[in-house]
Unconditional design. Structure first.
Length: 558
């Protein structure tokens, strides 16, 4: 990223009234630009056009375009969490635009010196939408629900090291671990550990997150229509926020928010250009350059803590997916840089290991693995006994190397699947693409797919990747059914780190093992692109949190 260009884009947004001065300071600080340096830039541009009104206005519904379908709005049991979570729920802590942890439902936290306990002190006055106070006992109930196998939380294994959860008084929660587990503070800040009222969840049973939600965020649940939209309305009894980086500590300015699922990428840019949307996540990448030249739009771009990965089912032993050299051959047959150029318009980068190069734990040594080399790939499958048949498809013991690739119904993922299909055809494999809606897709992965494409998005990527590769998370979300002792050992070291230094060392080793043994095959990472119109103020996507929050957002009156 060119910091100079980005800061000047922020300045342009500030001059046009799309960014407040506070937003400008926060975004620039996240890029390492000091307030003094920013002040000098502002002084140089003092002759620019006068600023638009910057006094928040109450009212209006924000219309936000989203590039995926919506999952169930239940942090205890969902395979994915979407932007509405940040309107409906809070976690104990929050990631600020400068990458630091800040208080949210917890006003403070302390990790013991041995890394085996963490004490959270909850803020005063927080309430669920139903009016129930947010006490340490209520948080304990939520965490225990996540840990309960009956709820089938896909991320429950991240709490396996937690031995006990204790509410020592109304506002104090203590997590005690079986062994050092410093990483727990990064786990509980995420959307899957957002706090829901378990009393209400028990009352609504399977309908929780579909017909009703009881969270602590500044908005109330409206409706969820899979494949279409999610809507929320302002909670007028919201008791306020203690998040330092929020300017608005009180109830929301917006009357409501409506997120629309726009699964065809080509439609997204047109919708915001035509003012049918106010904000947008991830337009088609080929449209980004055009949007950036539009004076009525503000475009932000930064690398996501995410990635696209290919899962191959180890149980398909007839295809040798359980053999490391077969997975390596498949990986060598994939030209990642060509994918970045052709499909991502160079708004992304190759992924040679399990996590993005933008992540704080990234180990560049993984770049020695998984380079494109089709001839090497062909020699590796030949050594396993596969030879081309009359139709060019590899065969062994009378078995053709033919399998299905399961993907979500989203245009970029379908395009990526087509590129992989063509790449593996060059290797001699026949791949059939099976595109499914989000519900059917996850069902298929859990019951068993030959192979699958998955896009993960997580603020601490190693945590979520660990779920895809641990032998303890079969059949979901270890959809490859991978059982690799070295991977499990590396994961255990990550889980037993007592401090930040030990955590970094364990993360480095984990990445190297994944890059070599390939329980999942890394592909590419795209940039996250966010677009807004000039009527939107206080909307602040940033690279340390996967979605923006909406406490500060307001709209110019129409």
């Amino acid at each position: 990223m060119d910091t100079r260009v980005t800061v000047h884009e922020f300045l342009a947004g500030y001059r046009a009234g799309r960014l407040s001065r506070r937003d400008l300071l926060i975004r620039s600080a996240a890029l390492g630009v000091t307030a003094t340096a920013l002040g000098q830039l502002l002084a140089r541009e003092a002759t620019a056009a006068p600023l638009a009104q910057d006094e928040p206005v109450v009212g209006g519904t924000l219309r936000e375009g989203y590039d995926l379908d919506f999952s169930k709005l239940d942090p205890v049991n969902t395979d994915w969490y979407d932007p509405p979570f940040h309107a409906l729920y809070d976690s104990l802590m929050i990631d600020a635009p400068d990458g630091t942890l800040q208080p949210n439902l917890a006003e403070s936290w302390e990790v013991s010196e041995d890394g085996k306990s963490v004490t959270f002190v909850l803020r005063e006055g927080a309430l669920f939408h139903s009016g129930r106070p947010v006490t340490a006992e209520a948080v304990k109930e939520d965490y225990e629900a996540v840990m309960d196998p009956a709820n089938a939380s896909p991320l429950a294994s991240l709490f396996t090291p937690v031995e006990s959860i204790e509410a020592t008084d109304e506002r104090t929660l203590v997590l005690t671990m079986k062994h050092p587990y410093y990483e727990v503070i990064n786990v509980v800040k995420t959307g899957f550990w957002a706090i829901a009222n378990i009393e209400t969840r028990n009352e609504l049973a399977e309908q929780y997150g579909q017909s009703g939600v009881d969270g602590t965020g500044p908005f109330l649940f409206g409706e969820w229509v899979p494949g279409s939209h999610v809507s929320v309305t302002r909670w007028d009894n919201y008791p306020g926020s203690i998040v330092p980086y929020f300017s608005n500590k009180g109830k929301a300015y917006l009357d409501g928010i409506r997120w629309e699922a726009i699964l065809e990428a080509a439609q997204r840019a047109v919708r915001i250009e035509n003012a049918e949307l106010d904000t947008l996540r991830n337009p088609a990448l080929q449209d980004v350059a055009r949007l950036e030249t539009n004076p009525d739009l503000s475009v932000s771009s930064f690398s996501e803590p995410s990635g696209y990965i290919l899962n191959t089912n180890f149980e398909r032993t007839d295809l040798d997916f359980h053999e490391q050299s077969m997975r390596q051959a498949i990986s060598h047959a994939i030209d990642r840089q060509a994918i970045v150029t052709a499909l991502l318009a160079d708004l992304g980068s190759p992924l040679y290991g399990p996590i993005t190069p933008a992540d704080v734990f990234y180990n560049p040594a993984v770049e020695e693995f998984n380079k494109f080399d089709l001839e090497l790939a062909k020699s590796m499958v030949a050594e396993l006994g596969w030879t081309p048949g009359d139709d060019g498809i590899l065969t062994k013991n009378g078995v053709r190397h033919a399998f299905s690739l399961v993907v979500r119904t989203e245009s970029f993922i379908r395009d990526l699947a087509s590129v992989l299909q063509a790449s593996l055809a060059e290797l001699g494999m026949e791949v059939t693409i099976e595109a499914l809606d989000v519900g059917a897709y996850f069902d298929k992965l859990t019951t068993g797919a030959d192979s699958s494409l998955f896009y993960y998005l997580w603020t601490v990527p190693i945590d979520v990747v660990s779920l895809f590769v641990s032998s303890g998370t079969i059949p979901a979300p270890n959809w490859s059914r991978a059982k690799l002792p070295d991977v499990d050992a590396a994961l255990e070291a990550w889980k037993q780190a007592a401090n930040e230094e030990e955590l970094a060392a364990a993360g480095n080793q984990f990445q190297l093992v994944i890059a070599e043994q390939l329980p999942t095959i890394p592909l590419v990472v795209q940039n996250s692109i966010w677009v807004s119109r000039p009527n939107v103020h206080g909307w602040l996507p940033h690279q340390y949190d996967i979605y923006p929050h909406y406490n500060d957002v307001w709209l110019d009156p129409q």
